[in-house]
Design a protein around this ligand. Structure first.
Ligand SMILES: Nc1nc2c([nH]c(=O)n2[C@H]2C[C@H](O)[C@@H](COP(=O)(O)OP(=O)(O)OP(=O)(O)O)O2)c(=O)[nH]1
Length: 137
């Protein structure tokens, strides 16, 4: 039996001074369109996961993040039909620049306890309690 391809995606919960977390809406025409996700993307060959995140945050949101400001929180491991997603989730509270949507995605700053009101990819749902706990501490 062949197992589905393992895909490494990195994502980050950006947390602002009010403890709100940034969600981005997946664009129409893509897999999981319309769902709200954490910024990030696929780790390209030759990249370290942290490099991927720093690149994606610059491309998607126009912000500059330094590697020590990325703290690992937890990970998602989820079997989609055509691939298996392994997705480390980092937390970041410090960046340079202003968050803006450079790739046309809708963005929302959301209180952790409100995350469940935003439909997310199935891989993301188990991550929510980690963020609620983190911000409650
Ligand atoms: N960035 C991000 N991706 C997520 C999350 N949850 C989740 O299941 N994914 C999935 C959706 C995609 O299949 C994959 C992310 O890769 P991507 O952002 O490069 O995906 P894409 O569909 O836009 O890319 P592409 O294949 O068109 O290049 O991981 C999440 O919270 N953030």
């Amino acid at each position: 039996m062949s197992s589905p391809k393992l895909t490494l995606v990195v994502a980050v919960a950006l947390i602002d001074a009010d403890n709100h977390i940034l969600l981005a809406q997946r664009p129409e025409g893509k897999q999981l369109a319309g769902l709200w996700e954490f910024p990030g993307g696929k780790v390209e060959p030759g990249e370290r996961p942290e490099e991927t995140l720093i690149r994606e945050l610059r491309e998607e949101l126009g912000i500059t993040v330094k590697e020590p400001c990325l703290a690992p929180l937890t990970f998602a491991s989820h079997a989609y039909e055509s691939f298996h997603l392994l997705m480390p989730l980092y937390v970041c509270r410090r960046w340079d620049g202003f968050v803006q949507s450079l790739e046309g995605q809708a963005l929302k700053w959301v209180k952790p306890q409100d995350l469940r009101s935003y439909p997310m990819p199935p891989a993301d749902e188990p991550l929510i309690p980690f963020l609620v706990d983190l911000v409650a501490i």
